[in-house]
Design a binder for this molecule. Structure first.
Ligand code: NOJ
Length: 559
């Protein structure tokens, strides 16, 4: 397998709104990110991925862009962005921009033109359809609730929006749209950015027949996103993007691709595909979705055997063909320690370290989401009014207020479990007021546990999760087996331990993770002279695994 820097890299995702405010307006900004670059350097990551910092009316916190070539004023200026790229590069960090091109904001100049008249030159930049029997052109549901079509009185047609009605979908079948996007990407590359994370990039090509969604269920707040996933021309467009933009520079690319199978992923990211380097698959990220058909709105706990099956399938099926992204967290998912570990004071750090080991020792490029390195937890605001996420607020409105499908109490439990705002509460830097995030009023409340869980406290404790992540990142640099070794799951049916082996040349790693709060016994084939490369307890009891114990044995075969 070819060795490349982006396979060896560790990516750190910054959600700029919640990372560091520098001017007291309660909103994180680019100068704030610059201030905190030394933290990232110390952690030992290689690339930072910035969630969108472009001009946006903020209907979906920047995933609704009104100008791709301007910076959102609350985040700073273009000069600030350029300073960030320069400072990051000085420190040896690369910068990956979020690229949101399935849709724009309805306040983007293209859409403002497009909606003016049927013969406007920008009309075909978006997807417009006549009403059918006086109603929506088909039954598709938006991912944020309600129909995926919005009627526009001026021209008597509907436009498609897979996300909010302020996020109209672009028409990628129009070559002018594609050219505009490639030019914009080249504009950012010329500014020195080192890669792109592409928002829902597998939704860009729509089936021209626009068939009804057989599974649509408005009462259950279902989404028709899968109806537009992996559409007829998506590979043609990505190959074209690769030719015109991506292949021109030595950059890192990852596509967010809901609903992809491993076969789809190989089409997008196969080593010879000429499209993307990695995708974010969703299978493990939706593992605890509601069994009642309510999507993420549930408080179900995942099943470890199922988690192992999914992650192992991705490891094995992509091996030697394509490259995995490795992630637990991002700005759309609850906090990993609360979801897959145990966020009680007793086990928070131990279980978070165990989860870090489980993920980072697989084959692929690991992604750390801000706050994961200090094991930040989910938040439980009492009232829905404290939440800011459009997806959460719409779901509450639909499921509680309109459909009366759930009681407010049940829905709040689900919100505490699954809301995207769990990931978006401000970064907890220290125990001072507002956690060192801002001197003003934060745009979204802080998690009240910041007085105990914060970066400053983690850095004071040599045994903290922060240093554990640092150690993992360092080991990755020194042991090619972590990056390039193959993968073999051990004991697929064991519902308490996630153990696997990596092989590379004459080396082997055995990775053992106890997912329970119990002391249990397990035997693995580990020679007596194997070295412990990293562990979350300071001593090794062999076959005895303490609560959330995690350890990696390194074995060098003789001759
Ligand atoms: C996926 C992004 O990660 C999410 O935050 C956003 O709401 C949707 N795409 C729409 O852009």
């Amino acid at each position: 397998m070819e060795k490349t820097w982006w396979k060896e890299a560790v990516v750190y995702q910054i959600y700029p709104r919640s990372f560091q405010d520098s001017n007291g307006d309660g909103v994180g900004d680019i100068p704030g990110i610059i201030q905190r670059l030394p933290h990232l350097k110390e952690l030992g990551v290689d690339v930072i991925w910035l969630s969108p910092v472009y001009q946006s009316p903020n209907d979906d916190n920047g995933y609704d862009i009104s100008d791709y070539q301007a910076i959102q004023p609350e985040y700073g200026t273009m000069a600030d962005a350029e300073a960030l790229f320069a400072k990051a590069h000085e420190l040896g960090l690369k910068v990956m921009m979020d690229l949101v091109v399935n849709h724009t904001s309805d306040e983007h100049r293209w859409f403002e033109e497009s909606r003016k008249s049927k013969d406007n030159p920008y009309r075909d930049y978006y997807i417009w359809k006549d009403p059918v029997d006086g109603k929506e052109p088909n039954n598709w549901a938006s991912d944020f609730g309600g129909p995926a079509w919005e009627y526009d009185e001026t021209t008597g047609q509907y436009y498609l929006h897979i996300f909010s009605k302020k996020q109209p979908d672009l028409n990628w079948d129009n070559p002018k749209v594609r050219q505009e996007i490639y030019d914009m990407m080249n504009f950012w590359l010329a500014k020195g950015v080192d890669g792109f994370r592409m928002d829902v990039i597998n939704l860009i090509s729509k089936d021209p027949a626009f068939p009804d969604d057989p599974d649509v269920d408005y009462e259950n707040h279902s989404s028709s996103m899968e109806m537009v996933a992996n559409g007829p021309n998506v590979h043609q467009y990505l190959k074209e993007m690769h030719d015109q933009v991506l292949s021109q520079a030595d950059i890192i690319t990852v596509g967010e691709t809901p609903g992809v199978s491993t076969d789809d992923a190989i089409l997008y990211t196969g080593f010879d595909a000429g499209e993307l380097q990695m995708v974010f698959q969703f299978e493990h990220a939706v593992i605890d979705d509601s069994k009642e058909g309510l999507g993420k709105w549930s408080n179900e706990r995942f099943d470890l055997v199922e988690l192992k099956r999914i992650l192992s399938k991705w490891q094995v099926e992509l091996h030697n063909k394509a490259w995995n992204s490795l992630y637990w967290n991002n700005h759309d998912r609850p906090r990993v320690v609360s979801r897959f570990g145990n966020d009680s004071p007793e086990y928070r750090e131990l279980s978070a370290k165990m989860l870090a080991t489980t993920m980072h020792f697989m084959q692929g490029t690991p992604y750390i989401f801000q706050g994961e390195e200090i094991a930040m937890t989910n938040v439980a605001f009492e009232n829905i009014e404290a939440y800011r996420d459009i997806d959460t607020l719409n779901a509450y409105r639909d499921l509680v207020e309109e459909q009366k499908r759930l009681t407010p109490e049940t829905m709040m439990e689900f919100v505490h479990h699954s809301s995207r705002d769990n990931a978006r509460t401000p970064m907890q830097w220290d125990a001072a007021e507002q956690a060192g995030f801002t001197t003003g009023e934060p745009w979204l409340g802080l998690n009240p546990n910041y007085s105990e869980i914060n970066v400053a406290a983690a850095k004071e404790n040599p045994a903290s999760i922060f240093y554990y992540y640092q150690q993992i990142n360092q080991l990755r640099k020194n042991h090619p087996i972590i990056v390039y070794g193959d993968y073999e799951l051990l004991n697929a049916e064991d519902s308490e331990v996630f153990a696997y082996v990596r092989h590379y040349e004459d080396e082997e790693l055995v990775i053992i993770n106890n997912f329970t709060d119990q002391t249990i016994k397990r035997e693995y084939d580990v020679p007596a002279d194997a070295k412990v490369l990293i562990a979350n307890y300071s001593d090794d009891l062999g076959t005895t695994l303490r609560p959330y114990e995690s350890k990696v044995y390194h074995i060098k075969k003789e001759g």
